[in-house]
Design a protein around this ligand. Structure first.
Ligand code: F6R
Ligand code: ZN
Length: 184
């Protein structure tokens, strides 16, 4: 392939050109949220809201390439739990680089032994996810959370292990603001 440039709108997260555009609705990630009843109610009341969107750069998912993607997480909650991504491991245990572009979020990360690390993701912050750390991004603000992720082309996503085992912590809204609580 030949070199190319793409335009990144930091406020909207829109990537031009982009190859694929992902739209993840609540009904597609019901198991991720602790409060199943609140999720069902929200789908009934809000017509299955879009939790997040993503735009992929037109880069081959092959060894040697660097794939990059923007994500836009809507503001909102399922019960007390903030809107968030599904979260995943990478099959090759490869590293990933995140750049906050707009909004306020938290990255919940855990290694394969269950060790937990939470980092804030805001427009002035980069987060490095080392190999072997699962990662999920949570929108704790009132506006869209927008960020860029860059990772090896052959990293491949493993969602199944997170769907099976879950994250050891959840981010919940409390009277004192967002709180990271250990999952039951
Ligand atoms: C890529 C990456 C992000 C996420 C995106 C959506 O490796 O970590 O670009 O893919 O934020 O989240 P998931 O993939 O967990 O649905
Ligand atoms: Zn990733």
């Amino acid at each position: 392939m030949i070199p190319f440039s793409a335009t990144l709108d930091f406020r909207s997260g829109y990537l031009t050109p982009h190859e694929a555009a992902l739209e993840r609705r609540l009904s597609e990630m019901l198991g991720a949220y602790a409060d199943a009843e609140a999720a069902r109610r929200l789908i009934g009341d809000a017509g299955d809201p879009v939790i997040y969107r993503a735009f992929d750069a037109p880069v081959p998912e092959e060894r040697g390439h660097l794939v990059y993607r923007t994500t836009i997480i809507s503001p909102g909650r399922v019960g007390a739990e903030y809107f968030m991504t599904k979260g995943h491991h990478h099959e090759l245990d490869s590293a990933e680089f995140y750049l906050g572009m707009a909004g306020t979020g938290l990255m919940v990360m855990q290694d394969r032994a269950g060790v937990l690390q939470v980092e804030k993701l805001t427009p002035d912050v980069t987060v490095y996810v080392p190999p072997g750390w699962a990662h999920r991004t949570v929108n704790i603000g009132d506006d869209n959370l927008v960020f860029l992720a860059v990772y090896p082309g052959d990293a491949r996503h493993d969602y199944a292990s997170i769907e099976r085992d879950g994250f050891t912590a959840r981010v919940l809204a409390t009277d004192d603001g967002p709180e990271v609580v250990m999952a039951e």
